[in-house]
Design a protein around this ligand. Structure first.
Ligand SMILES: [Zn+2]
Length: 103
């Protein structure tokens, strides 16, 4: 009569499930996907901000407008979209963050 319960199997530590982690193509920092803004190619091949994450295909991620500028300087879009990125309109892309002053 001996109840031996030595098997102590807890959940693995360090797994804060906040969803997938993505790298910002501007500054390269890794963050939870939900903290980043997705950019993708629209049907015409133009780089656009995909706030609703609805566009199909490859996407890239940015922290904010500052990283957009950094990404442009590094030509990160060309790399992120494997040379498929067509037009990049910085002012249009930047509006995605400028208009972020909701209630
Ligand atoms: Zn960034």
């Amino acid at each position: 009569m001996g109840t031996r319960s030595k098997s102590h199997s807890g959940p693995p530590q360090g797994s804060l499930s906040e969803g997938p982690i993505r790298s910002c193509i501007g500054c390269g920092s890794r963050k939870a996907q939900v903290e980043l803004t997705r950019v993708a190619l629209d049907p015409a091949g133009e780089v656009v901000v995909d706030r609703e994450r609805r566009l199909p295909g490859r996407g890239s991620y940015l922290c904010g407008a500052g990283c957009l500028t950094a990404a442009l300087k590094r030509k990160a879009f060309g790399r992120a979209f494997r040379g498929k990125a067509g037009k990049v309109d910085p002012s249009k892309l930047g509006q995605a963050w400028e208009s972020d002053s909701g209630p």
